[in-house]
Design a protein around this ligand. Structure first.
Ligand code: GLU
Length: 495
C-alpha cells in the first residue's frame, strides 16, 4: 500500500554538496510541475546530514538557481511551513527517536566496529572472493556489551537488521514493479557515531513526517529504495509513491559533465539564457507532452504535465538545441520585456565611460532590430555597444574590401553633403534616409554592399550591425554626422 494520491505533496531534497546542476534542476522542475498540475504543495528540504561533503555557498546557489528558474516552494527554507524545520541538521532529535524505535522493536542494533576494523573486513572479503558488505559482526551481540564499548569511547553506530532472505517490491510509476532480493542488502548504518542520521533514515523519516505523497527523484536512487521500503515497514509508516526519473546524459551517451557544456544552472543564468527557455527545454528531457510540440509555455506545461508522459530511457542533453530554443524565446518575447533584461545586461557590461543609467528610450528602438539575431542575451553587447559608445576607428575598420581609400573618403564626404540637404535634415527617419542614400550610392561605381558597408563601418565600426537605415535613424543626424566626420579625420590623418 502507498500513500493516497489525493493530497499531492512533493519535495525537492538537495544536498548542499555542489553547484545546482542541470540534472537536479530537472528533478526540481518535474516535482514543481507535478505539484502545480495537481494544486498540490512543493516542498524544499535541505539534506545536509553529511557534514563532510557540505560545500560553502552551495545552499545559497541552489536557492538562487531555484529562484531564477521561478520554481517557488510552498514550504521550506526562507518560507517556513507547518512541517518545519526544513533543514535536516536542525531535525536530529527526530532521527534519533526513529532509530530508538527501531532498536526497541528489534529491527536495529548497535555496532562498535571502528573504521579501521571495517576496512580490514573489506580487505579480507576481497581476498577470499566474498561479496563486499558488512558481515553482521554485532548483529547478535548483547546491548550491555555495546553500551560498555560506548563508555570506553569506541564509535557506536546503529544498523538496520535487514532480513537475511526474502524479497521486497515497490511500484515505480514509470517502470512498474521492481523486486529486490534482500540477501543483496547488508545491515546498513542508519545513525552514525556522531549522532547524525544517514541519508536513508533522514529521508524516510522526513518524507513520512512531511506527508510526502510522491517521491520524484533521479534513477540513481532506485537501489536505495528497498532500504527505504524496509525502514517504512519497520517504523510502521506508509511509503510514498515512487517515480524515478530517467538519467540525464550528454550527446555521446555518457554521464552529463563539463565536457558537454555548462552543467550548473547558474552558468546558464550568467551566459544570457532565459529561465523560460531553460524550463521548457529541461521539461522535454524525459517527458513527452503528447504531441510533437516543443515550444510550450510554463502554463501549458503545467496543464499537460502528467506522470504518464515520463519515460525511462535516458534523456540526452544537447546544448546546441537549448541555445536554439533560447533564441526562439528571445524572438517571441515582447519589446517591453527584452528592453528590461537588455537594459540590465548593458548596465552590467557597457564600459564605465557610458553614462548611466543606460538610455532606455534608445534601447527600446534597438530591440526589434536585434532580437531575431540573438541566441543569448550575452550576444547583445557586441551588436549594440556602438549605439552607446562611438567606435574607435582606424583605416582598417572603415575601408571595405575592394574599395580604395580615396573612394571611401569620397563616399563619406558625399554622405555628409547629402545629410545637409533640408529634406533629409528635417525628416531623418528610416524611409527617408533609405531613399536619399540609395539615390546617392547609385552615382558611385561600386557595389551597393561596398558603398553602404562604408557608411555602416564609418558610423558603427563594425562588419556586422543591425539594419543600416534604422541604425542611422536611431543614432540621429547629429551623431551620424559627427561619426562620419571623425572617420574622415582618421582617414585623412594617415594620408
Ligand atoms: N539528498 C538527495 C540528493 O541529493 C535526495 C534524494 C532523494 O530525493 O531522495 O539528491
Amino acid at each position: 500500500m502507498t500513500k493516497s494520491q489525493e493530497n499531492i505533496r512533493v519535495r525537492f531534497a538537495p544536498s548542499p554538496t555542489g553547484e545546482p546542476h542541470l540534472g537536479a534542476m530537472r528533478t526540481a522542475l518535474f516535482n514543481w510541475l507535478f505539484a502545480k498540475h495537481h494544486n498540490g504543495k512543493f516542498i524544499l528540504r535541505i539534506e545536509d546530514t553529511d557534514q563532510t561533503r557540505k560545500q560553502e555557498g552551495s545552499l545559497e546557489n541552489i536557492i538562487k538557481g531555484l529562484e531564477w528558474m521561478g520554481l517557488d516552494w510552498d514550504e521550506g527554507p526562507k518560507k517556513g511551513g507547518e512541517y518545519g524545520p526544513y533543514t535536516q541538521s536542525e531535525r536530529k532529535h527526530l532521527y534519533s527517536n526513529a532509530a530508538k524505535t527501531l532498536l526497541d522493536n528489534g529491527h536495529a542494533y548497535l555496532c562498535d566496529r571502528t573504521p579501521e576494523e571495517l576496512k580490514l573486513m573489506r580487505e579480507t572479503q576481497k581476498r577470499e572472493g566474498k561479496p563486499p558488505g558488512y558481515d553482521g559482526f554485532s548483529r547478535n551481540r548483547k546491548l550491555e556489551e555495546l553500551e560498555k564499548s560506548r563508555k570506553e569511547g569506541r564509535p557506536i553506530v546503529t544498523r538496520l537488521k535487514v532480513p537475511k532472505n526474502g524479497n521486497r517490491k515497490f511500484t515505480d510509476s514509470i517502470r512498474g514493479e521492481i523486486n529486490f532480493d534482500l540477501s543483496t542488502i547488508d545491515d546498513f548504518v542508519i545513525l552514525k557515531a556522531d549522532g547524525m542520521p544517514t541519508y536513508h533514515l533522514a529521508n524516510v523519516v522526513d518524507d513520512h513526517l512531511m506527508q510526502i505523497s510522491h517521491v520524484l527523484r533521479g534513477e540513481e536512487w532506485i537501489s536505495s529504495t528497498p532500504k527505504h521500503i524496509l525502514l517504512y515497514e519497520f517504523l510502521g509508516f506508509t511509503p510514498p509513491n515512487y517515480v524515478h526519473l530517467s538519467l540525464l546524459l550528454g550527446k555521446d551517451k555518457t554521464k552529463l559533465s563539463k565536457r558537454h557544456g555548462a552543467t550548473s544552472i547558474l552558468e546558464y543564468k550568467n551566459s544570457g539564457f532565459l529561465p523560460e527557455a531553460l524550463n521548457n527545454y529541461l521539461t522535454l528531457l524525459g517527458w513527452y507532452p503528447g504531441e510533437n510540440q516543443e515550444i510550450l509555455s510554463k502554463n501549458e506545461i503545467i496543464k499537460k504535465f502528467n506522470l504518464k508522459g515520463l519515460n525511462d530511457s535516458p534523456a540526452i542533453f544537447d546544448q546546441e538545441k537549448l541555445t536554439w530554443m533560447n533564441g526562439v524565446y528571445i524572438r517571441q518575447s515582447s519589446t517591453e520585456f527584452l528592453t528590461k533584461i537588455f537594459h540590465e545586461e548593458l548596465e552590467k557590461k557597457l564600459p564605465n565611460t557610458v553614462k548611466r543609467p543606460v538610455n532606455k528610450g534608445i534601447l527600446k528602438k534597438i530591440v526589434p532590430l536585434v532580437k531575431d539575431r540573438l541566441k543569448t542575451t550575452n550576444d547583445l553587447i557586441e551588436y549594440v555597444d556602438f549605439f552607446f559608445l562611438p567606435p574607435t576607428q582606424t583605416d582598417h575598420t572603415i575601408i571595405q574590401k575592394g574599395v580604395s581609400k580615396e573612394e571611401t573618403i569620397k563616399i563619406l564626404e558625399k554622405t555628409i553633403l547629402m545629410f545637409n540637404k533640408q529634406e533629409i535634415h528635417q525628416n531623418f527617419v528610416t524611409e527617408n534616409i533609405e531613399k536619399y542614400l540609395r539615390n546617392l550610392i547609385g552615382t558611385f561605381e561600386l557595389k551597393t554592399r561596398q558603398s553602404l558597408g562604408t557608411i555602416r563601418s564609418a558610423v558603427t565600426g563594425k562588419d556586422v550591425a543591425p539594419p543600416l537605415f534604422d541604425t542611422l535613424s536611431i543614432l540621429g543626424l547629429e551623431e551620424c554626422r559627427k561619426r562620419i566626420k571623425n572617420s574622415l579625420e582618421v582617414l585623412n590623418k594617415q594620408n
